[in-house]
Design a binder for this molecule. Structure first.
Ligand SMILES: [Zn+2]
Length: 178
């Protein structure tokens, strides 16, 4: 049985009455599984303090399922970056614990559950895949490109100087030789 977090199998993150009823595929890619693991420290801790009463009410939703489940367009649930839970302890305490463990998680307190999500700069699926595969800081990439460009300019400058020494100098020299 594939586990996403300790004590929480993948099926806990993908179960959906709507998906079962409408026979909708709700299997996340490996990138989205990895995204869901960002919630592990929070749910493993909450599960411990609630003595195993934490319940995941909605985890991953494929875009098709999200559509039929009336989820918001572009929901974080469709890329594995949102998780709805019943924490098994008072909600306001759970929200404080979540903020302590991972301040980058946004929580929204609904009637029967707490919705959590994590920001990602680009919500497109390709970008989500790419980022989780290669977490490159864009600042670093930009610096690298600038350095390459400067190096290229230096090489061109040397080449031009070399051509000038070889052709322009001898010519101007020869005219004054007589
Ligand atoms: Zn939610």
């Amino acid at each position: 049985m594939e586990e996403i977090c300790k004590g929480f199998p993948l099926s806990e993150f993908t179960k959906s009455e709507t998906a079962a009823r409408l026979n909708i595929n709700n299997n996340p890619s490996k990138y989205f599984k990895r995204n869901m693991q960002t919630f592990c420290p929070v749910i493993e801790y909450l599960d411990k303090v609630s003595r195993g009463r934490l319940e995941i009410t909605s985890g991953y939703r494929s875009s098709q399922l999200n559509f039929y489940a009336d989820g918001v367009n572009n929901s974080y649930h469709t890329i594995g970056l949102a998780l709805d839970i019943k924490p098994g302890i008072p909600f306001h305490i759970a929200e404080k614990i979540i903020a302590n463990i991972d301040p980058s998680i946004t929580t929204i307190h609904y009637d029967g559950h707490i919705h959590m999500h994590k920001e990602s700069r680009d919500r497109s699926y390709e970008a989500a895949n790419y980022k989780s595969e290669l977490p490159i800081s864009s600042g670093y990439t930009h610096g690298y490109q600038v350095a390459s460009l400067l190096l290229g300019l230096v090489i061109v400058a040397f080449a031009v100087a070399g051509v000038m020494v070889k052709f322009v100098y001898p010519m101007s020299y020869s005219t004054t030789k007589h």
